[in-house]
Design a protein around this ligand. Structure first.
Ligand code: FPP
Length: 258
């Protein structure tokens, strides 16, 4: 929940939707002579702290890149450990979500998740569906290309359910607005700010469609070291960006779309 004394002007200049690529857990652990999974355990603590920090600041949507469609290539014990952390997170954080009216949602291919993770994730999404505070979107078994392919399948299925639709009519019906409605969470606005920790300048298949006009912020810090102050600094940097969405800045300072 936003701090009660948050001024209206500072709330207005907050990015409504922040996405985070939580990178560097493995390096954090290796630099301390620890096994990679210890880094993920610390990463989970950082994720919990970030949910609280973002909610306190008044962020509306926080998307956490938790496990990608490519992360299955990792060793089975590391994959199993991360899935176990997700289950632990969902169970342990429900009370916090209820107290703070936080809604938990999912982005990604639900069908490809292990059954126990899927069940707990679906239950948490349903149990928090009516909470009106910040929305936390767990991008889990998520890939931007995979989301676009799944969206295209939904779009085509929907279109061909109508009688008399041929290839020409189908192609004519394919618009950005109509296609967007078939993405995983069409009601959620595109991310305004995407933060990546651990210093890499890569998008790594995260929110490919949605991030067309997103501002990026790269931090050198490893994810387990990321704090509320780092989030505030990222938001401060975001506030100074000149977002034109392909338009021009008018003399009055307003963005002009051409
Ligand atoms: C990237 O670091 C991190 C991941 C692939 C896993 C992220 C998972 C968590 C933070 C824990 C679970 C969180 C929630 C919200 C349930 P990396 O392993 O690629 O690090 P490296 O690049 O240094 O090897």
């Amino acid at each position: 929940m936003p701090d009660e004394n948050s001024s209206r002007s500072s709330l207005l200049s907050l990015p409504p939707h922040v996405g985070i690529i939580m990178d560097g857990n493995g390096r954090w652990a290796q630099e301390r002579g620890q096994i990679r999974t210890q880094g993920h355990l610390e990463g989970l603590k950082a994720a919990k702290a970030m949910v609280k920090a973002a909610s306190d600041l008044g962020i509306r949507y926080l998307t956490l890149f938790t496990f990608s469609t490519e992360n299955w290539k990792r060793a089975a014990d590391e994959v199993g450990f991360i899935m176990g952390l997700v289950i632990k997170y969902l169970k342990a954080e429900y009370d916090f979500a209820r107290e703070n009216r936080i809604r938990v949602r999912h982005a990604g291919d639900m069908a490809g998740l292990p059954e126990d993770v899927r069940k707990d994730l679906q239950e948490t999404c349903e149990a928090t569906a009516n909470f009106t505070g910040m929305q936390v979107i767990l991008a889990l078994n998520y890939g931007g290309r995979d989301e676009i392919i799944r969206a295209f399948r939904r779009f085509a299925l929907r279109a061909f359910r109508e009688p008399g639709v041929d290839a020409e009519k189908f192609l004519a019906s394919l618009t950005e607005t109509g296609f967007r409605e078939c993405l995983d969470n069409p009601d959620i606005p595109d991310p305004d700010l995407i933060i990546r920790t651990a210093g890499e300048f890569r998008i790594s298949n995260f929110l490919l469609w949605e991030a067309a006009y997103t501002e990026y912020y790269i931090s050198q810090k490893y994810w387990p070291d990321w704090t509320k102050e780092d989030l505030e600094e990222a938001i401060e940097t975001f506030r100074k960006r000149d977002r034109r969405f392909g338009g021009l800045k008018s003399q009055s300072g307003e963005t002009v779309h051409e």
